[in-house]
Ligand binder design. Structure first.
Ligand code: ADP
Ligand code: MG
Length: 350
């Protein structure tokens, strides 16, 4: 949409225009005549015929007039451009993010202003879309377990069930409410992380020690699935927020456990690569289709087949945000059906 400038010519603005016009005109005549007089006096001394010299005296008022009109025209063009920005700003303030300024800017500063304005509105509209997507996806994730709980609670309330069915349905309700609780927890964690710009309280952390801790903490889970978990950890230290980094390792190893079938293998590695510390979590599990690799760090995104495992698609988004706050990076390599390797890079602190 192209915002058009409409100038409202009120009697007041017209009066102001003529006042400025007359003042500038008189001022210019005064200055130019004074300059000419000086010039004449100098040239008289140089003994040039007087009638040749007086010609510019008659032309000067017209030159001054043209000059004034030109100056005022320039000022008006500037005023119009400013008005375009004001009008567009007002539209954005009213919630219309489709506004863009296509007006041709004749000066560099207006060109920058227009382009920055357009960038700003684009950014604002993408934030708005993100927020709407988030609410839509959150309510979708929220509704599914809720309607399941509602359905089974109703069946239970009707009564007349065998003891076995009763236990089964109660277990479903407990599991689904647990899913809701985790969804709420993770959403809160992520929105808190998104609102902070720094990692918070940081300290020097022995990364090999922390990775070992997370492996031990998750032992009940990988032992339950008879997975082999091996580690190869070089002693390295980084600076970071201890509980946040712990969350990254727990999320990555939990995913590896979750998406690897019984009897599979998981390896956790820590070494120096390119002068930085690289943590790798490798599994020989389900793998991720290549076409979906780019999305798995998005909020609520779960690759095809993931629905069989519990989760809400927020774990990797949380990892990514935590690493952003630490100036770190996370990436993935995966082959469908063969396994995945998640790699995290952090700066080493001696
Ligand atoms: N180790 C892995 N092996 C296979 N797929 C994985 C692995 N880790 C993550 N994924 C894929 O990435 C998606 C997003 O992961 P995540 O954000 O942790 O969500 P969640 O674990 O709740 O499904 C998963 O749903 C799954 O499709
Ligand atoms: Mg996960």
């Amino acid at each position: 949409m192209k915002p058009l400038f409409k100038e409202e010519k009120t009697a007041k603005s017209r009066g102001k225009f003529w006042k400025i016009f007359l003042l500038s005109f008189l001022l210019l005549i005064f200055i130019s005549e004074a300059v000419l007089a000086l010039l004449l006096r100098y040239l008289e001394n140089a003994a040039i015929a007087e009638d040749v010299l007086t010609v510019p005296l008659y032309i000067m008022p017209f030159v001054a007039l043209l000059f004034t009109v030109g100056l005022l025209h320039l000022a008006k063009a500037r005023q119009q451009k400013v008005q375009i920005i004001i009008d567009s700003m007002n539209k954005v303030a009213g919630g219309d993010y489709s506004v863009r300024i296509y007006e041709k800017a004749k000066t560099r500063e207006f060109e920058i202003m227009f382009s920055n304005f357009n960038k700003m509105v684009e950014e604002l509209s993408s934030v708005k879309t993100l927020r709407e997507d988030f609410i839509r996806e959150f309510s979708h994730e929220f509704k599914t377990p809720l309607s399941s709980v509602h359905g089974f609670a109703e069946i239970l309330a009707e009564g007349g069930l065998s003891e076995e069915d009763r236990k089964k349905f109660i277990k479903i309700i407990v599991d689904e409410t647990d899913r809701l609780r985790k969804l709420a927890d993770n959403t809160l964690i992520l929105s808190k992380l998104e609102n902070q710009q720094l990692a918070g309280d940081t300290e020097i952390i022995k990364l090999d020690g922390q990775l070992n801790e997370s492996i031990i903490m998750l032992a009940p889970e990988w032992e339950k699935k008879s997975l082999t978990l091996s580690s190869d950890l070089q002693p390295l230290t980084v600076r970071g927020n201890r509980p946040l980094l712990m969350q990254v390792w727990v999320n990555l190893i939990s995913n590896a456990i979750k998406f690897t079938p019984e009897g599979g293998e998981i390896t956790v590695g820590l070494k120096v690569r390119g002068g930085r510390a690289e943590v790798t979590v490798t599994d020989n599990g389900a793998g991720i289709p290549e076409s979906e690799l780019a999305h798995i760090f998005d909020k609520f995104y779960r690759a095809a087949g993931a629905e069989k495992a519990e989760g809400n698609g927020l774990g990797l988004a949380i990892c990514k945000r935590i690493l952003d706050l630490h100036g770190g990076e996370i990436s993935v390599k995966s082959v469908l059906g063969e396994g995945s390797t998640f790699s995290v890079m952090l700066d080493i602190v001696e």
